[in-house]
Design a protein around this ligand. Structure first.
Ligand code: SF4
Length: 611
């Protein structure tokens, strides 16, 4: 393997270290101010050509993360004597040439063309939006129709939408193996953490500006790849795609689902409609549908990492990972426990929607919903015990022990939160809130990771690392959720500040109380318990939070959690497991937007996915 000259200094380590399973000794730097697209085509072509040369020397066996890509971009610009403001642009182009061959080797019918709706003719576009984005009517007033028509002729799936949730949903569902995307650098930066580190061959054409209206792009760059197909003899880069698909298939493949978890009382539609069959039918329905299946993916990926990493080595275009039945059952059990906790959680929090449909207690009543949650817990234990012949009785017992512990801690955390809500104590400290977070969120991550590692063999060497890692990631995830609550889009809740106004012991509230003057404390109290309209109370609370820099402080707590989780991952010797832990961190703690929006304006995504 040869390396790009000089990239070493950019990351403070050798290029091979940076690109391999890089131990993360320092935090990535924000590139928010580095997203200028060069003004002239000649300049853009110059950087594009340099990126092609630079990428030739990169080791293609492993995907990179954003900090590694940033190091490459900085080095390339330094070598060219080009300013740092082009960093985002350079990163995208290096990424393109890293993946180009593998993207071109993706059959047309397994590709996704993702176009931004801001390319449309802003004034006269007759197209409406549906759940998949803009439904272009091909009126010909903008270039969207040209790309869409040709791409669809070739066999592409085409989406005119922005937002990674729907893209990731399509990818993990197994329909596409590669993405050709047109977007502004802001959107592409977000996509890097979500799509590239998963190992999805992608090729991106940056828009010339992020103005979101009548934007332009280098059209020839799309046509260079859109119509080209060049098969490769073998897949080159590791990818989590086969494992993501395998995780989804556990639930989507009806035949497999039925074999691993046979129905007892709802085998037919008639039985499912009877009082005796209804509970099982509804529980299976909720287990099978909705959610990202991230936790079962972690179990499968941890198992794969500890058994030779065959599935990720197959690359994005590889066959779906073969999951032994026992391993599949345990991964399904992890999802069953998670879904059970959501059903109960929705009741406790009076949530209205989950996975884009009414919550169970809303559609069926509280009693039946509690019962279905309990049924899902039973399914979880049943699946693990059914797996013991394959994974071994001792491993099954250890996993059950971990799951039972996780279950108890989750209830402790949820109980603490409800107790606080019933009798709010405004002496709540950030430490109190963080402890509740650790109990509520981390156990499920811990159980998922532990189960995968334990099924591969003894797990003593990881006994300390797993709970600590899960705690930091879980706490960071929960704080991010708090921050997202202020944007009004978390777990399908589309009303900003819902958690805050429902008197939850959030870390944001605790951070505010810690620094608030008596007057500010009084404002907080009245905002949380007053009779005035929601928007008034929310505005008041937001002002106090802004004055006390609560959002910034919460953001820095997320960064601390991330840094601690990365430190733990750094210390793991097994390369595949370390890589998975980094992927875990990057996925769960992905920054989607600015942490603290200043207004109550909401943007409703076309498709929302539950946690
Ligand atoms: S071609 Fe499609 S996206 Fe473009 S203006 Fe016409 S309907 Fe709208």
């Amino acid at each position: 393997m040869t390396h790009a000259p000089g990239a070493a200094e950019a990351n403070g380590s050798s290029l091979s270290d940076a690109h391999k399973p890089a131990k993360r000794v320092k935090r990535r730097v924000s590139t928010a101010h580095l997203k200028t697209v060069p003004e002239t085509l000649a300049e853009r072509e110059e950087i594009k050509n340099a990126a092609e040369r630079f990428a030739t020397n990169l080791d293609k066996s492993r995907a990179f993360n954003k900090s590694q890509l940033e190091a490459f971009g900085r080095q390339m610009l330094a070598d060219m004597g080009r300013p740092e403001k082009y960093l985002g642009f350079a990163m995208v182009l290096i990424g393109n040439f890293f993946w180009r061959q593998q993207f071109l080797a993706t059959p047309f019918e397994r590709r996704l063309l993702l176009l931004p709706h801001c390319l449309k003719h802003a004034e006269g576009c007759p197209a409406e939006y549906d759940e998949f984005g803009l439904d272009c009517e091909k009126c010909g007033a903008c270039s969207i129709a040209d790309y869409k028509v040709r791409a669809e002729q070739l066999g592409y799936k085409v989406l005119v939408a922005e937002g990674s949730p729907i893209v990731l949903k399509i990818i993990v569902s197994g329909y596409v193996n590669g993405i050709l995307g047109v977007a502004c650098l802001n959107v592409l930066e977000k996509a890097i953490d979500k799509v590239l580190i998963a190992g999805v061959p992608s090729y991106a054409v940056p828009l010339h500006s992020g103005d979101c209206k009548n934007t332009t792009l280098d059209e020839a760059w799309i046509w260079e790849v859109l119509e080209k197909y060049e098969p490769l003899e073998e897949q080159q880069t590791q990818s989590y795609l086969p494992l993501m698909r395998a995780s989804n298939r556990l639930f989507d493949d009806e035949e497999r689902f039925a074999r691993l978890l046979p129905r007892v009382r709802s085998k037919t539609a008639e039985q499912a409609a009877t009082p005796l069959g209804r509970t099982e039918h509804t529980a299976y329905d909720w287990l099978q549908h909705g959610g990202k299946r991230f936790r079962p993916f972690i179990t499968l990926a941890a198992y794969d990492a500890m058994t030779g990493g065959e599935a990720i080595a197959a690359g994005a275009g590889g066959d779906d990972a073969t999951v032994p039945d026992g391993v599949g059952r345990v991964a399904m059990a992890i999802e069953a426990f998670h879904k059970a906790s959501l059903v109960h959680d929705d009741i406790e929090d009076s949530d209205l929607y989950r996975y884009g449909r009414e919550t169970l207690h809303r559609s069926l009543g509280v009693g039946p919903a509690i019962n279905i949650g309990d049924h899902l817990i039973g399914i979880g234990y049943k699946l693990v015990t059914a797996a013991r012949k394959e994974i071994g009785a001792e491993a099954a017992a250890d996993i059950l022990d971990r799951m039972a512990n996780a279950h108890v801690r989750l209830c402790d955390g949820q109980g603490a939160e409800m107790a606080w809500q019933a009798a709010p104590d405004f002496t709540l400290t950030p430490l109190d809130a963080l402890q509740i977070y650790a109990l509520k969120t981390s156990p499920a991550f811990e159980a998922a990771l532990y189960a995968g590692i334990r099924m591969a063999g003894p797990a003593e060497a990881f006994e300390e690392m797993i709970p600590q890692f899960a705690r930091h990631v879980g706490v960071g995830f929960q704080i991010l959720n708090d921050l997202k609550d202020w944007r009004g889009d978390v777990n399908n809740k589309l009303v900003a500040g819902q958690d805050a106004l429902s008197l939850r012991p959030t870390v944001l509230l605790a951070l505010a109380l810690q620094e608030a003057s008596d007057e500010q404390k009084a404002t907080i109290r009245s905002a949380l318990s007053g009779e005035e309209p929601t928007s008034v109370r929310l505005g008041r609370l937001r002002r106090v939070f802004n004055d006390l820099q609560v959002f910034e402080k919460a953001d820095s707590l997320v960064e601390k959690s991330r840094a601690r989780a990365e430190q733990l991952a750094d210390a793991v010797e097994q390369e595949d497991l370390r890589r998975l832990l980094y992927f875990f961190i990057d996925t769960v703690l992905a920054e989607e937007d600015a942490p603290a929006p200043k207004s109550n304006v909401l943007v409703q995504l076309p498709v929302t996915a539950g946690a």
